[in-house]
Design a protein. Structure first.
Lengths: 769, 169
């Protein structure tokens, strides 16, 4: 069906950036060199909580080769952050530091070695303060205050109540409560953060490894009192983000200030340790979940009661806190839902948005909890889910409208391809099979700061001789392949060929506005703008061709660079000939488009978070083999079935599933940022913070299901794929471990040691009987 | 190796590196890393820095044919030796088969690990033209990728192995 309907989309076209990346030609921010460029670095706090008594930069300034040393006194003291009520960060700390790694001063010098020498010469006198590292302790009376204006260290407090949960529980046949704990994890893009700032006569240009040039432009302009038009942010090739490069890193602010001070380009970067310290990774959540069911297993009500460790600043954490609970009701249908959350400040690095934003840990908790409920009820966990699975064209209790939804089909297909029924009964000893589901937004319904700007805009220019076209988009390719799929979408809409598409993207001066790469938004949102721009080009081409061929435009069709008469396909003319003529007669042949989502969501406090034009759904089944003596978990196979709407590029799409699943797997078994009792990170490197290697990965089967009616909200019916598969993995593994060994691990990661301890406890318990 | 002393008494060494077949003579300090000479002095930025601790493998190059983390090799150690970087694979006319295979199999996303990954694969295929999946996974176990789950990378490298034997499975 797809073959005939589309010419360019739905095909595994090679990546537009494939060649430059395999040859090493692709330039990332850290690869760029500008004439007369200085190197800059930030001095950070060695203490978790301390007053700054005095900063003496005299000696650092005297070091030969040092061009500037700056502290809070040299930069605006305006606070920044995600929403005005919670602006709590300064470019540099003013009176106190709040975590090991908090930013205190910065140096620009002629080379890296001189910078490090100068950093060591800055003298900061600190008066140590008691610190708090645990969110529950932080919320106790008398705990040290991370921010004086924030009593009780409560950064965000959420109480949402839909329907009547108490009544649902009172009427339920069975009610169960479980508590789970997640951990701090870190995105670990392989490319470290870097930014180059250039100040030229009142204009600031920043090359940055960022997921959102637009937000950086906005923040930098606001911070330094510049017009947005005088700030240009350019994203060169980028080595991954996963949420960690979505918000200001400090490098842009410090670099901008140093560039303004010295009049020279300044390259700033973090090393791997500094990346961990700056952080903005996954929050640790403590999650109590309660569910009441009727005697058939139908869910009547759910209460999610969470606490989250936010670290020292808000970062994007308000949104994370809301997302944690907002997304739970997407997968199962029930009317009564209560969500309580406190995000606590602690003296640890701030947490932010990591792939699956706030949702993977709650989903781990909930999917484990459901399996335990199923066991109590004597039901197959898959059957319990099928009874409750969300249907298309429904509304969640928290007012999210779900159009297409094939979760039921996902579950059934996963069941079939994994051999679920047979394996639940007959796997050999030590082996088990487990299941979990997930759902994710296809773009956030509302931008990060309040604005009426469209979510995305795009422009296409057919080049003058008509043989190629350039797509200009603010969308940000961080590796996921948006440049490629947006060119496919442009070519499809224009009736053009992918191979002749060029792209300019993610540059706030030369490309139209787009909010960037987060919340899995670009295929739908940027894609909608691109489709509109392409259709505008196509219409002009057809009109011109109708003139040239002296044919009614309604009788013309245009695909893959050729225009022909529908009534006489032997009459053709090339796109290039028409486009060239267009340019000669009328000037540039351009099309433009923009996308603004419809008004989404309810009116209660926090209602916008979790709204989206469309939701993806996903079911995962995994098969594990547990070594009873060591607790070692070997994941043998994972089956992922995704409902992600129409596919633009199958190869890239499955690549997203593989990567998302890989990230979920790392967090499920190994990944955890560990701190000592002074708040210092113990494993701030890629050796001890254990990412899965090629030897750790299971076999992966990635399959899709399609809804009979394409998703109406997305161009051609597209939906999310980039983050969804991170969400079920941890719960899925936990359930498989239980199936294998009959032990439940209540905290992430599900490490070998924890599994071993659980097995030991189980044995001891059995012996006592 | 010739050495000269600067005004502060720090020694500098005159080294010659044979990079992608060409000789480059440079003056370096004893603690200068090979990766920094390649990137900063020779502007061969295809070799990436991801950790500078030997953990991520992004800076993998071939030193006398063996894959090494260029962040763990001192420039003075590489004096007089042959180094192949990603820029030394394939040519303007034709990419190396392993580069082609990475494109064909969608084995790259952000591309930051790609150069190191390809160099490790190259070293493997040079010594073992038809590796098993396990051998491929072992050969790239020191190259971290955060995007792909290694699925298509393994597929790409295996496809080169089969091709080298005339295309039979």
């Amino acid at each position: 069906m797809m073959e005939g309907k589309f010419s360019v989309i739905g095909k595994s076209k090679p990546r537009i950036d494939g060649r430059v990346k395999v040859t090493g030609q692709a330039k990332y921010t850290g690869d760029l060199k500008l004439s007369n460029m200085l190197v800059g670095k930030i001095l950070t706090s060695p203490h978790a909580h301390a007053m700054i008594l005095k900063i003496d930069t005299t000696e650092a300034q005297r070091q030969p080769g040092v061009k500037a040393v700056i502290t809070h006194e040299d930069v605006p003291d305006l606070k920044y952050g995600i929403s005005p009520a919670r602006w709590d960060e300064n470019i540099f700390c003013i009176d106190k530091v709040r975590f090991v790694g908090d930013k205190v001063a910065a140096v620009a010098a002629i080379d890296e070695e001189t910078v490090y020498k100068a950093l060591a010469l800055i003298k900061v006198d600190y008066e140590l303060l008691p610190a708090v590292f645990d969110p529950i302790e932080a919320l106790q009376e008398g705990a040290p205050l991370v921010h004086e204006q924030c009593p009780g260290n409560v950064n965000t407090e959420i109480h949402q109540n839909f329907g009547d949960v108490e009544k649902a529980f009172a009427e339920a046949y069975y009610v169960r409560t479980d508590t789970f704990v997640g951990q701090r994890t870190y995105q670990c893009p392989i490319e470290p953060h870097s930014a180059i700032s250039v100040w030229e006569g009142g204009k600031l240009t920043v090359y940055s490894s960022t997921q959102s040039p637009h937000y950086f432009q906005y923040y930098i302009a606001r911070q330094f009192g510049l017009k947005m038009g005088d700030v240009r942010v350019i994203k060169p090739h980028m080595g991954g983000g996963f949420g960690g490069k979505l918000e200001p890193t400090g490098l842009e602010f410090a670099g901008a200030a140093l560039a303004m001070r010295t009049g020279r380009p300044v390259k700033m970067f973090y090393d791997r340790h500094e990346m961990f310290a700056h952080n903005r990774g996954r929050h640790k959540q403590i999650m109590k979940v309660t569910t009441g069911v009727d005697k058939h297993g139908k869910i009547l009500g759910v209460h999610a009661d969470f606490i989250m460790d936010g670290g020292a600043y808000t970062s994007l954490g308000v949104a994370t806190a809301y997302y944690a609970g907002a997304m739970l009701p997407l997968t199962y249908e029930y009317e009564n839902y209560k969500f309580d959350m406190i995000r606590a400040y602690t003296n640890l690095p701030a947490c932010g948005a990591q792939r699956g934003h706030g949702h993977p840990q709650p989903r781990y908790a909930y999917e484990c909890h459901l399996d335990m409920l199923a066991k109590d009820l004597g039901m197959d966990p898959l059957e319990l889910r099928l009874i409750n699975t969300r249907k298309p064209n429904t509304v969640t209790p928290n007012d999210f409208r779900v159009n297409s939804c094939e979760l039921e089909a996902c579950l059934k297909k996963a069941k079939e391809i994994s051999g679920w029924e047979e394996k639940r009964k007959n796997l050999s000893s030590g082996k088990g099979i487990g299941l979990a589901v997930g759902s994710f937004v296809t773009g956030a319904g509302y931008p990060i700061y309040r604005t009426d700007l469209p979510q995305a805009a795009a422009m296409i220019k057919v080049n003058e001789d008509g043989t190629s076209a350039t797509l200009y988009t603010g969308a940000v390719d961080i590796g996921q392949g948006s440049d490629t799929i947006l060119c496919q979408m442009a070519a499809e809409a224009m009736g053009f060929t992918y191979e002749q598409m060029k792209i300019v993207s993610a540059d706030t001066e030369t490309t139209p506005h787009d909010f960037g790469a987060y919340a899995s938004r670009q295929t739908l949102m940027s894609g909608a703008a691109v489709k509109q721009a392409g259709e505008e080009v196509k219409q002009q081409v057809i009109e011109m061709a109708s003139m040239m061929l002296q044919t009614d435009y309604r009788d013309l069709e245009c695909r893959e660079g050729v225009i022909w008469r529908k009534t006489d396909p032997s009459v053709t003319i090339t796109y290039a000939a028409v486009a060239r003529d267009f340019f000669v007669r009328k000037g540039p042949l351009v099309g433009k488009g923009s996308y603004t989502p419809p008004k989404l969501g309810g009116t209660f406090k926090g209602a916008p978070v979790g709204t989206s034009p469309a939701y993806s759904f996903c079911a995962q089944i995994s098969q594990v083999d547990i070594d009873e003596e060591t607790g070692e978990i070997k994941v043998e196979h994972v089956w992922d079935v995704h409902d992600c709407g129409t596919v633009i590029n199958p190869a890239l799409l499955h690549g997203q599933v593989h990567g998302a699943l890989f990230m979920g797997m790392g967090e499920a078994v190994w990944e955890e940022v560990v701190f000592d009792d002074k708040g210092k990170i113990l494993n701030a490197n890629l050796g001890e913070y254990r990412l899965p290697t090629a030897l750790d990965m299971p076999n992966i089967t990635s399959e899709l299901v399609f809804s009979p009616e394409p998703e109406p909200a997305g161009p051609w019916g597209v939906k999310e794929v980039g983050e969804g598969s991170t969400i079920p993995t941890m719960g899925c593994y936990s359930n498989a471990i239980y199936d294998a060994m009959g032990v439940r691990v209540y905290s992430l990661p599900l490490s070998y040691e924890k599994v071993w301890r659980a097995l030991k406890e189980k044995r001891e318990h059995e012996q006592q009987k | 190796m010739q050495a000269i002393q600067d005004k502060e008494g720090i020694k500098r060494y005159l080294i010659t590196l044979y990079v992608n077949g060409d000789p480059y003579t440079k003056v370096v300090k004893a603690n200068t890393l090979l990766v920094n000479v390649l990137r900063d002095d020779l502007d061969l930025t295809g070799t990436k820095k991801g950790c500078e601790l030997g953990d991520c493998g992004s800076c993998t190059v071939l030193l006398d044919g063996k894959p090494v983390n260029a962040c763990l090799v001192l420039a003075v150690e590489a004096d007089g030796r042959d180094i192949i970087t990603i820029e030394g694979l394939g040519d303007n006319e034709k990419l190396d088969p392993i580069q082609e295979a990475f494109i064909e199999n969608a084995a790259l996303q952000c591309g930051y690990c790609t150069a190191g990954m390809i160099m490790s694969a190259k070293a493997l295929l040079n010594s073992n033209p038809d590796p098993t999946e396990k051998e491929v996974r072992e050969a790239i176990a020191g190259n971290l990728c955060r995007c792909t789950g290694y699925v298509n990378i393994v597929k790409a490298i295996l496809s080169c192995g089969r091709q080298s034997k005339g295309g039979d499975e």
